[in-house]
Write a protein that binds this ligand. Structure first.
Ligand SMILES: Cc1cc2nc3c(=O)[nH]c(=O)nc-3n(C[C@H](O)[C@H](O)[C@H](O)COP(=O)(O)O)c2cc1C
Length: 350
């Protein structure tokens, strides 16, 4: 029986993942994220993950107008945790490979080999366009660009000197030492769900995060990801992500869900659906249109219902783990520990 790995999608941007005036409103400080990671580690979670975010969506809640930077935040969190794996997100378009290679090696040193990078090829063109860093037609070749970028990085992590003459990157006798502590290299995470994204993960990823509109879609994606990795003679772990609305009972969780939905920040939601375009934005649009949750489908219920859904995903869906965002991360982690973790233990999932 596979043991389920549990992760927390830490709130690197204000208000986490609920686009609502009735959800908790807060800033994404290091202090808060440190508290969340320390608690997650203490209660037995396995990893913390942060996204790369450069532009918000406005509305009455100023949704995601305030965001910390992922690599530097995770470097700080690596220093104050001991066991959690630490995944930082980085966009190849915005960070040259030789710089990203050394930053990731630095986080791997700080964390004593607990680190990984999530490669984001860009879901929101506005983010890079605002910096003058969006080349024409980038969406059509973003995974080819990432392919060269990660190839260069893997070589810098493992070879004494790298000369590379690619379509997008040229390096001459480029050195990057010390090498990361993690062997053969830090974990490589990707959350792509397009054909190109999943093919990229099958070739390079160690971990795949698969968003979905519903539980069946998550199961299908995880099975597809595992099959693609097997075809590439590799092993890729598969995870999904939920916004957890846990109540004392299923009815209580439904009340909480209705309460958050009643405060929908419609202007921010409209901006989300207008801006997130193309293949990468489709999932976000679909979820945002249906719920007030940003890109992470809600998992709503009392402890028994939550545990049984997780059980099904792990057993039927070949998933290796689940990552959560919460309305209030501290209260949410505490409630999960009290209510759901003992049930996962009883079901033999931990
Ligand atoms: C867990 C998770 C983390 C993600 N992190 C980011 C991120 O940091 N920044 C971002 O712009 N998109 C992020 N995304 C979007 C994905 O990188 C990806 O672009 C999206 O799932 C669409 O897949 P595609 O790139 O194959 O079209 C994330 C998605 C998931 C499920």
């Amino acid at each position: 029986m596979r043991r389920v790995e549990l992760g927390v999608f830490i709130p690197i941007a204000n208000n986490g993942w609920i686009i609502s005036k009735t959800a908790p409103q807060y800033m994404p400080t290091f202090k808060l994220n440190r508290q969340i990671c320390e608690l997650a580690e203490q209660i037995g979670f396995d990893f913390a993950f942060s996204m790369s975010k450069w532009r918000g969506f406005g509305g009455e809640t100023n949704f995601w107008e305030y965001s910390l930077e992922s690599l530097t935040l995770m470097a700080g969190l690596a220093a104050v945790t001991r066991r959690l794996k630490i995944y930082a997100s980085v966009q190849p378009l915005l960070v040259a490979p030789a710089i990203a290679a050394k930053m990731a090696a630095t986080i791997d040193d700080i964390s004593a080999g607990r680190s990984g990078i999530n490669i984001v090829t860009g879901s929101y063109p506005d983010e890079s366009a605002q910096m003058g860093m969006l080349p024409p037609d980038y969406d059509s070749y973003r995974y080819d660009y990432a392919e060269e970028w990660i190839t260069v990085i893997k070589r810098l992590w493992t070879e004494p000197s790298v000369s590379f003459h690619g379509k997008y990157f040229q390096l001459r006798d480029c050195k990057s030492d010390p090498k990361p502590l993690s062997k053969p290299h830090p974990q490589i995470v990707c959350a792509g769900i397009s054909e190109n994204g999943m093919r990229f993960t099958a070739r390079h990823g160690t971990h795949s995060f698969l968003g979905g509109r519903n539980f069946d879609e998550v199961i299908t994606l995880a099975q597809k990801m595992k099959a693609m990795a097997r075809d590439a003679e590799r092993r890729v772990k598969a995870y999904t992500v939920f916004t957890l609305i846990q109540g004392e009972s299923d009815a209580h969780a439904d009340e909480l869900f209705d309460y958050y939905s009643s405060g929908a920040d419609t202007a921010a939601l409209q901006n989300v659906t207008a801006i997130a375009q193309g293949s990468s934005g489709q999932l976000v649009q679909d979820i945002a249109k249906k719920f007030v949750f940003f890109g992470c489908q809600p998992l709503t219920g009392g402890p028994e219902k939550i545990a049984s859904i997780l059980d099904r995903l792990i057993r039927d869906g070949e998933l290796d783990g689940v990552m959560f965002c919460f309305p209030d991360f501290i209260q949410g982690l505490e409630a999960f520990q009290r209510g759901v973790m003992p049930l996962l233990d009883r079901r033999g999932l931990r």
